[in-house]
Design a binder for this molecule. Sequence first.
Ligand SMILES: Nc1ncnc2c1ncn2[C@@H]1O[C@H](COP(=O)(O)OP(=O)(O)OP(=O)(O)O)[C@@H](O)[C@H]1O
Length: 510
Amino acid sequence: MSTAAANAPDAAVRAARVTGVSKTFGATRALRDVHLDVAEGEVHALVGRNGAGKSTLVSILTGLQAPDTGTVELGGVPAPPLADREAWRQRVACVYQRLTVIDELSVAENLFVNRQAVDGGRMISWKRLQDKAAELLAEWQLDIDPATTARDLTIEQKQYVEIARALSFGARFVILDEPTARLDGTGVQRLFERVRALRSQGVTFLYISHHLQEIFELCESVTVFRDAQFVRSGRVDELSRTTLVEAMTGEKAAVRSDPRPPGPDRRATGGLQLDGLAGTAYDGIDLAVRPGEIVGLAGGGGSGKFEIAEAVCGLQTPRAGTITIDGNWLRPGSVPRAHRAGVGFVPKDRHQEGLVDGLTIGDNATMSVPHRLGSHGWVSPKRQAAYARGLIKRLDIVPANPDQAAGELSGGNQQKVVAARAIADDPKVLVLMAPTAGVDVRSKESLLATAVDATERGAAVLIVTDDLEDLRYCHRVSVVFRGRQVAQFEDQWDDRDIVAAMEGVELSDD
Ligand SMILES: Nc1ncnc2c1ncn2[C@@H]1O[C@H](COP(=O)(O)OP(=O)(O)OP(=O)(O)O)[C@@H](O)[C@H]1O
């Protein structure tokens, strides 16, 4: 195809066309007779609630799985046979949230890893590898030094390396699966500029995100899936946010009001207290969260917010300062000790610290509460199942089956199982790190409602986030920037002030 043809969105040419695709896993129908039509040269959003079937479609679109029925066309021709990986790589690539860049290798090596063809099948010359990489990065205007070790790149730069790698195989259709999940505000804006620039160079994108404002900012078209089925597709500028949410949930969108609980009793004492807490990424942190109160600890990437939260949960040992729970000093550096002191938490990385894939939803959700499920070390299966069902209902986990393996759940539902475990033991202090990352609009509400629930049961809740929606649930917000608390907000605030504080800038009054 000529570059000129690729540059102009052409209604006749399709980067991808999926027709009548169905896919079943055991008893789960992940996709039922869905279709998708992505025009060449556009950024096309794919949205849907957790478990709607988006990842399953991506695995089919990238040739990792075959559909049970239906057809896939890429660039106007039928998709290659599953075994022909090379042919797939030339047509389509997906940049996943969990990046595949190898930290130990240089950018150049990452770009051409396992590709002897670089030097006509002969031994790779390092000089040639560097030159080829520099050429590739320059062609796509990616300002990255090919000699850099990948470990020294930011998440954003690693994403660009993955995109460049896809383009170097010849693919002009790139799927971005929640690309902004680990970026801060300025990183998101830079990514958008990059995507727009690549689009003008003839690259087509399928863009998956739970952040609806991103869809309106970046994408031309959108396709909505719900419960494994196609619901609608259309131009983004012809859709309102409400219509989109309704298409995703199948319900009328609720009127948004102030979701905060009444707040702590003025005389309430106890809860969580941090005094002069200092660690590798933060210093001089003073913070109090009273029982019944929800406090936001906000900050962008590199602010130190997660490190502070991890100190409270026992995942990190601070260098100085104290953590007090209900008036008692907490000896830092041990998760079981923090748990015994009454701390429940959702870790920032559910894969590393959260979920045990091989166990069921029920086992994962109730593993911290054996004492509630039986006596003398014996767990009553009936009580466990009932307890798990209660948590599944509170968090709106799909499928609502405690016996389902957690590893088989969609990403967002795995996140909800981790949250279920955090609240299972009625913690005195609940710490939620990026709790709604990867979670759909409606599930965000149920997840944050559990924080409200916890305050009603007397918990002090700390929400650690850069998501303004999460902060709507907070009575107070403390913003950290480069490890220091730079601003405090009480009761009412303007979101722009919080964003400015997270970015380390001051807004002028005019
Ligand atoms: N390997 C598997 N085995 C069993 N069930 C699976 C498997 N992969 C996916 N499923 C099921 O298929 C359904 C669709 O999941 P999928 O991961 O495609 O959803 P999603 O739209 O990507 O959700 P999320 O936004 O949470 O990532 C879910 O019910 C999930 O449990």
